[in-house]
Design a protein around this ligand. Structure first.
Ligand code: ZN
Length: 160
């Protein structure tokens, strides 16, 4: 069975940055399963896996535009300190969920003082070319429920 839209794909993967540092990897007991064609994973990796079958190994280098986007300086902004009411200590590197025009986003604190907090709404991997080594473990049909929900159920998927 080939990887195509509406198939459940189970993969082992290692993700490295340009420097060769491992950013993320699946563990042998917990491979990643996702529903192909439903934006569960980044577009560049979906494209690289299209048409593959069980046992295939795929090495893919994915530019930012097909991963988490280019780094955007406009997504850095200073907001008043009083928007963080109830939080005593705000330090660089802390992350918060923020309601923005594009929905809920994770923002990272870059700087904080008594008047203002500078936050960065870029994805942590924005601007990075991502290098994946992937092994396709299994390709199977999705259940109707999985198709309705747009994601995989069971081990490695959503638990609900
Ligand atoms: Zn579901």
């Amino acid at each position: 069975m080939q990887v195509e839209s509406n198939k459940v794909v189970i993969i082992d993967y290692t993700l490295r940055n340009d420097a060769g540092d491992v950013l993320d990897q699946s563990s042998p007991e917990a491979p990643l399963s996702y529903l192909h064609g439903h934006q569960n994973i980044i577009p560049g990796l979906e494209n690289a896996l299209n048409g593959k079958t069980q046992g295939d190994k795929v090495d893919a280098s994915i530019p930012p535009a097909e991963a988490y986007g280019e780094y955007d300086d406009n997504l850095i902004q200073a907001v008043p300190r009083n928007m963080f009411q109830g939080i005593d200590e705000i330090e660089p590197g802390m992350q918060f969920q923020a309601q923005t025009g594009q929905g809920v986003q994770i923002v990272t604190v870059k700087e904080a003082n008594e008047e203002s907090v500078t936050i960065d709404a870029n994805h942590a991997l924005a601007g990075e070319t991502l290098h994946f080594n992937v092994t396709v473990k299994e390709v199977r049909d999705a259940s109707q429920e999985e198709l309705d929900h747009g994601h995989v159920h069971g081990p490695g998927g959503h638990e609900h």
